[in-house]
Each structure stands twice: as structure tokens, then as C-alpha cells.
Write a protein that binds this ligand. Structure first.
Ligand code: SF4
Length: 336
């Protein structure tokens, strides 16, 4: 926690000194990253998922969702479109979809590694430790695996009995394999309150992550949480600002969930401690079907247009879009 006590963190998250908090977070970000904002292009290559998380539109029981899977060729085409736009990181994201074999994803990673100079991030869920070790060997650099909450009882409620300890063990194993590891929470899920949020921030900090994401909950009408209240945008921004103070060298994205609730709030987050933007560049014919929550991927556009939009958003926040791979300042991969 360094120079901030738990009471101070509580006060910050309660909104008692927003002006000071946001100024401190901006100052800390500038001192580590300058004005640069790292862009990560997200390719959502499958909307199938075998899980039933109560907050997510991709959950298996959601029959109203039109599902898709992209072929190897289609994914590689999407990666080429990203690199043509001078982006240093791609994120390969899907639901928990075991249709794709370990070998298929390994070959995909090797193909990308041999053709492009980009960092490769995996966001493919609860695959085995052996799978992740193999993909690391194939050339993957990073993994994303969110905890959503640090309260095991809430986690197991949201994810219908899945053990929190398993997710935590997977995160730690990925760190030991030499991946840059990102995790995060959803702010304002039913059952959360200020105390649980303080605990979440402290817990995420103890994990010493390379990337930490925290965006507001956006209710999806096709889930059990359809009628729940959305998460609070201001609280979500306080969470990322406090995370910046506690984790100066971590990458912290201004999430697309902010934009789904209020597009302006994503720009503000970039002025309040966030240093990453992760535009989806999933091909047009699939974009609207990767519907974790309403308002996500609502723009139908080409990769070039989507990346240009992201660059404009960064510039509107008074910052500079970066084409670098954007390693975290905690990472051993980072070279000054
Ligand atoms: Fe599947 Fe992830 Fe959605 Fe859960 S949160 S239903 S694992 S895509």
C-alpha cells in the first residue's frame, strides 16, 4: 500500500476527495508513462462459451445470442489488418470455448509470431495450466484472467459454484511461467459495496499484476442480472485512480464498459490514471454478436476506422496514442 493507509483508500473510494485523487493519479501516470497511451487491438474470435456467469451475455444458456467462430485464416487476416495500422499488441479473446484445440491455438500463436512483430495476449479463460505452458512456449507474451471480485463467496455466486481458489491458482501459475498477467474486477455487481471494493483494490494490488482492469457493471437483459442497477461510473473511475496510486507501473485500461454507459467517461478515465485503450477490431460481420453487455461493439466499422477512433479518443484526452508493445513497467520484458 506504500504511502496510503486503508482509511485513505476508503476515503478516496467514498468520493471524499475526487479532485485530489484524480490529480494524484494523473501525476503518477505521467511520471511513469509520460503522455503515452498504449493501444491493444482485441480480436474476439469466438462468442461460444461453456460457462454460465450470471452477469455475461456470452453465457451458454443465452439462446438469444447469435454465435460465431472464426477460422485460422480469418483470425490471421484480422491480425494483419491490425499490424497494418501500426498497433503493437493484439489480444486474442473468446469465451471458454474448447472447440479450439491446444494445438490449433499453438499454431495460431506461432503463425502470428512468425509473420508479425506484435505482443500476443491470450484471453481465453479456464484452459489448463499445461495449455498455457504450451502457448507460452509457442510465443504468447501475456494473459488476461479476471477475478471479477476478491470475495470468494461472491465469485462463486456470480460464476455458479466455480471455486475462486482455482482461478487464483491459475493466475499465480501464469505469473510463474513468465507471462505478463492481467486481471481485474467488475465494479458494482449485485452484492458489492464500498467495503468489498476496498478489499478488491487491496487484493489486486497484492497480486502484483502487470495489467489491472476495473470497469463498471453493465446489466445485460439476456442474463439473470437483467434488472440489476448498473455500476457507478464515478466509483469505477475512483477504483482505477486508486489502483494507479498503489500500482504505479501497471498498465490500467480505460474499459469499454465505461464507454457503453457513457462514452465521455472513457476519455475522462484516460485523464485520471488509465494508460491503455483496448478497441475491439473483430471483423464487422461478427462484432455485434460479441455481446457481453449492451453497448459493447455497437459501431460497425473496419479495423482502420476503429483504430483511428481509438487514436482520436486518446488525443481528445490530451494524450499520445502509442504504437509500442506497451510492456508494464513491472515486467521483466520492459527495457528502458
Ligand atoms: Fe463465459 Fe467469460 Fe462470459 Fe463467464 S464471463 S460466461 S467465462 S465469456
Amino acid at each position: 500500500m506504500g504511502q496510503y493507509s486503508q482509511d485513505q483508500i476508503h476515503d478516496f473510494l467514498a468520493g471524499n476527495s475526487d479532485e485530489r485523487l484524480f490529480a494524484l493519479a494523473a501525476e503518477e501516470t505521467d511520471s511513469i508513462f509520460g503522455k503515452e497511451v498504449f493501444l491493444r487491438a482485441v480480436i474476439e474470435f469466438s462468442s461460444y462459451c461453456n460457462k454460465r456467469c450470471k452477469y455475461c451475455g456470452l453465457r451458454a444458456p443465452n439462446n438469444a445470442l447469435s454465435r460465431y467462430r472464426m477460422s485460422m485464416e480469418a483470425i490471421l487476416d484480422a491480425v494483419s489488418a491490425v499490424e497494418e495500422n501500426d498497433i503493437g499488441t493484439i489480444v486474442l479473446q473468446s469465451g471458454d470455448d474448447f472447440h479450439y484445440s491446444t494445438e490449433f491455438l499453438g499454431t495460431l500463436i506461432q503463425q502470428i509470431r512468425s509473420r508479425h512483430d506484435v505482443a500476443i495476449t491470450l484471453s481465453v479463460g479456464d484452459r489448463s495450466i499445461e495449455d498455457y505452458a504450451y502457448w507460452r512456449h509457442c510465443g504468447a507474451d501475456r494473459c488476461l484472467l479476471k477475478i471479477e471480485t476478491s470475495a470468494p463467496s461472491l465469485y462463486e455466486q456470480y460464476r455458479l459454484g466455480e471455486p475462486f481458489a482455482e482461478r487464483l491458482a491459475r493466475i499465480k501459475a501464469l505469473q510463474q511461467m513468465g507471462y505478463e498477467v492481467g486481471s481485474g474486477i467488475i465494479v458494482g455487481l449485485p452484492g458489492m459495496n464500498l467495503e468489498t471494493t476496498v478489499n478488491d483494490v487491496l487484493f489486486l494490488t497484492e497480486l502484483e499484476l502487470d495489467m489491472i482492469a476495473a470497469g463498471p457493471f453493465v446489466p445485460n437483459p439476456q442474463t439473470p442480472f437483467a434488472t440489476a442497477e448498473p455500476g457507478d461510473i464515478a466509483l469505477s473511475q475512483r477504483v482505477t485512480a486508486v489502483l494507479r496510486l498503489l500500482n504505479p507501473g501497471a498498465n490500467i485500461p480505460a474499459t469499454s464498459a465505461l464507454s457503453a454507459l457513457n462514452p465521455e467517461s472513457q476519455r475522462l478515465a484516460l485523464m485520471r490514471g488509465c494508460n491503455v485503450l483496448m478497441p475491439s477490431v473483430t471483423p464487422e460481420q461478427h462484432r455485434a454478436d460479441y455481446r457481453i453487455y449492451p453497448g459493447k461493439n455497437r459501431t460497425l466499422a473496419t479495423a482502420t476506422e476503429l483504430i483511428n477512433n481509438a487514436r482520436e479518443l486518446v488525443q481528445a484526452a490530451g494524450r499520445i496514442p502509442s504504437s509500442s508493445k506497451g510492456f508494464s513497467r513491472r515486467s521483466k520484458h520492459y527495457v528502458k
